[in-house]
Design a protein around this ligand. Structure first.
Ligand code: ATP
Ligand code: MG
Length: 409
């Protein structure tokens, strides 16, 4: 193709006022990092826009990556020429002729940002349109619903001609809004929640609770797979904390409060995660909860569970329908992994009728009893100490354990 640049546009960024410079810098760093295999690329920043100069690199391969980079609202491959009528006309025609399928209708939408250019936007629509029409016999103008809208953006430094506008994920560049811990189960929801949190500019560390030997190696591999997928989207290695939860769970089960087991487990998870957050300088906890989905996700349950931590609980899916979440999971490439049928630590202990309306005072009383009789707090500390940490990247076929090699299997 004839494109020589990609225009990168950012949405949320535009609103950041004073922080704008910092965000733009991070955006550029992200592009450079994610596209480092394409050695010939260069970058330029002009009037609040970013341009990738292709210098002969393959546009399609680059677009495939650019479309997933957080902070980008849309991007367009463009032909750039001197801001001069004949050059613009020639480029517009060449672009129309290079299209894989010759369109039947088109229109030109010119925009003169550089006011010293001698023709107005309206004039340019005609001047460029007429030139193209003269050369392409079968083509007609349709201003209402054209097959191709040929855009001509006239700036002082260059004129940009393009017709394609591709959507990026939007949001903020990765890591520009601080760090949070992601509670990552092997299910459908939490990976989607993780992606949404990262899109908002959050750096994440994932935390997974397992009940080895009650849960299998397969279950662990599944979570690793999901974490790797998330690290593809962030373009950065993702830390995965694997917390041994068996002791805590069996102790909670000894409370004899069957309907409250899930409530107690979730509160214990939050307490452990809060400690991990402090050690790792994170300031929030992201979960995949969605209102009303299961007993532990009624509003009353969320209230009682949430009081176990003072950290902000971020729940990107809270108001979404299951089908919407599934669609997202499919789009992100996590769905197929998420539905693999391996036991989760919580399903093992799932009571027959979990409480949908736990009572905070009573829950606290049960925990007080467990602390006194069974050293619950100490067990939580112990779980933190025994936590295994993996550093995952999308490329790594076999991630290496960074602590406690054989503790698991
Ligand atoms: P998911 O599809 O993410 O598993 P879910 O709809 O199955 O969610 P629950 O199993 O009730 O709902 O879990 C609610 C949230 O609690 C999850 O989205 C996740 O953030 C967290 N969570 C549940 N189990 C675990 C686990 N074993 N390790 C880490 N986090 C967990
Ligand atoms: Mg689950």
């Amino acid at each position: 193709m004839m494109y020589d640049k990609i225009i990168i546009r950012y949405g949320d960024l535009a609103m950041k006022g004073r922080n704008r410079g910092m965000f733009e810098k991070r955006m550029l760093q992200q592009l450079q990092l994610r596209l480092k295999d394409f050695a010939a690329l260069t970058y330029s920043r002009m009037f609040g826009r970013l341009y990738i100069n292709l210098n002969g690199e393959n546009y399609a391969l680059i677009a495939e990556r650019v479309k997933d980079i957080f902070g980008i609202s849309t991007f367009s491959p463009v032909v750039s020429v001197q801001p001069e009528l004949e050059e613009i006309r020639a480029a517009a025609l060449a672009l129309m002729k290079a299209m894989e399928q010759e369109p039947a209708t088109f229109k030109v939408s010119a925009k003169r940002a550089w006011k010293k250019f001698p023709h107005t936007s309206q004039e340019m629509n005609h001047l460029v349109g007429a030139h193209v029409l003269r050369a392409m016999e079968n083509l007609k103008v349709d201003v209402r619903g054209p097959e191709v809208e040929l855009k001509v953006d006239i700036q002082e430094e260059a004129a940009y001609i393009f017709n394609e506008v591709v959507n990026g994920p939007g949001g903020f560049p990765f890591g520009t809004n601080g760090k949070a811990m992601l509670l990552l189960s092997g299910g459908i929801d939490s990976p989607v929640a993780g992606w949404m949190a990262m899109r908002k500019g959050l750096e994440l560390e994932a935390v997974h609770f397992h009940s080895y030997p009650f849960t299998s190696e397969k279950a662990k591999e599944k979570v690793i797979e999901l974490a790797k997928r998330l690290s593809y989207y962030s373009g950065a290695p993702l830390k995965l904390h694997l917390v041994p939860f068996t002791e805590v769970q069996t102790t909670l089960a000894q409370s004899g409060q069957d309907p409250l087991i899930i409530t107690l487990m979730r509160r214990a998870m939050l307490r452990i995660t809060e400690r991990l957050a402090e050690i790792n300088h994170a300031h929030g906890i992201v979960t995949g909860e969605s209102l009303g989905q299961v007993a532990s996700q009624t509003l009353v349950s969320m209230d009682v569970i949430g009081r176990a931590t003072v950290l902000p609980l971020l729940k990107p899916l809270v108001m979404m329908d299951k089908q919407e979440i599934i669609n997202e999971a499919e789009r992100l490439g996590t769905f197929a992994t998420s539905i693999l049928p391996y036991e989760d630590c919580c399903t093992l202990f799932l009571p027959k009728s979990p409480s949908i309306k736990p009572n905070l005072r009573f829950v606290e009383k049960v925990e007080g009893y467990l602390n006194q009789q069974k050293n619950l707090e100490q067990l939580l500390d112990e779980a933190v100490k025994q936590t295994e940490v993996l550093l995952l990247t999308p490329e790594d076929p076999e991630p290496e354990a960074s602590a406690g090699e054989d503790r698991w299997f």
